[in-house]
Design a binder for this molecule. Structure first.
Ligand code: GAR
Length: 212
């Protein structure tokens, strides 16, 4: 962990993506804007479970190392999980950020990075977990939804909540329009939550996340 002139640590972030990577971009932009020392963290690598995604291209444009770890290149899900954990561990992160990473991590990953892996989800957990949080909230007829930044545990979107943002559902919304409005809130929420954790540290008491 690098120390700033003022003695404050700059946390190392590995960011995992599966798609367009706009949440990753928001982190990169904020770190660029404030400087890593002020923000409290810098991105040291970006990984994906598939190649050719815009999230990886964003990382490459930012001059960051990238890696791809695909489930189908491994004999079992557990082997993939161990390989993913090894890729991430090579960059010695303080925090892992799952920013639109559409895979559930397993035992080996959590043994190494449990309690310091942050996920962002496009719904107000515990409502509408899983891969279709936006679609499911719309189909349910909810009037508000939003996004949740939370620590990853061994369930599907069940870990302790760090921050949530609310977004109203409008008549006539379709999944893509609603998701875009959620993502505007989500990007700010993620950048703010990761920065606070990086600068202040955190502890988890039961289900409560405490950031001093
Ligand atoms: C985000 O809305 C994130 O919450 C969602 O994918 C989007 C990624 O956007 N993740 C999930 O649905 C995980 N269950 P991005 O690639 O532009 O950052």
């Amino acid at each position: 962990m690098a120390a700033t002139p003022a003695g404050r640590a700059v946390r190392r972030l590995v960011v995992l993506v599966s798609g367009s990577g706009t949440n990753l971009q928001a982190l990169l932009d904020e770190i660029e804007r404030t400087g890593a020392e002020e923000y409290g963290a810098r991105v040291v690598a970006v990984g994906a479970d598939r190649s050719g995604v815009e999230g990886l291209a964003r990382a490459e444009r930012a001059g960051l190392p990238t890696f791809v770890c695909r489930v189908r290149d491994h004999a079992t899900r557990a082997e993939w999980d161990a390989a993913l954990a090894a890729h991430v561990a090579a960059y010695e992160p303080d925090l892992v950020i799952s920013a639109g990473f559409m895979k559930i991590v397993g035992k080996e990953f959590l043994a190494r990075f449990g309690g310091r892996t942050v996920n962002t989800h496009p719904a107000l957990l515990p409502s509408f977990p899983g891969a279709h949080g936006v679609r499911d909230a719309l189909a349910y007829g909810a009037r508000v939804t939003g996004c949740t930044v939370h620590f990853v545990d061994d369930g599907v979107d069940t870990g302790p909540v760090i921050a949530q943002g609310v977004v109203e559902i409008r008549d006539g919304d379709d999944e893509s329009a609603l998701h875009e409005r959620i993502k505007e809130v989500e990007r700010r929420l993620l950048v703010e939550a990761v920065g606070r954790i990086a600068r202040n540290g955190h502890r988890i008491e039961g289900r409560k996340v405490i950031i001093p």
